[in-house]
Unconditional design. Structure first.
Ligand code: FAD
Length: 55
């Protein structure tokens, strides 16, 4: 099954991982230049603990 996940916020990232873990052909799309959604700009000192986070 091919699935598109729109948005790479907390919900989109978790959904994408769950889909990939079950063997779906899933692709994520994010309109901004980085993943994380609200968490990336709600607090200046907050960072996503992922290699795909802000560089
Ligand atoms: C100040 C603040 C404090 C918070 N504190 C907490 C907390 O302590 N605990 C907690 O559980 N929650 C907290 N929240 C809420 C938490 O941020 C949200 O619950 C969470 O970010 C929701 O994740 P989400 O993926 O649904 O949405 P979002 O984080 O909003 O991510 C949605 C993503 O989709 C992208 N997107 C939207 N439309 C499109 C499109 N058409 N195409 C491509 N990409 C698109 C956006 O750019 C964004 O990156 C807080 C929120 C704020 C603002």
């Amino acid at each position: 099954m091919r699935v598109a996940v729109i948005g790479a916020g907390a919900a989109g990232l978790a959904t994408l991982k769950a889909l990939l873990d079950t063997g779906c052909e899933a692709v994520g799309y994010e309109q901004r230049d980085r993943p994380g959604g609200l968490w990336t700009d709600a607090y200046a000192s907050l960072h996503l603990n992922t290699s795909r986070g802000r560089r």
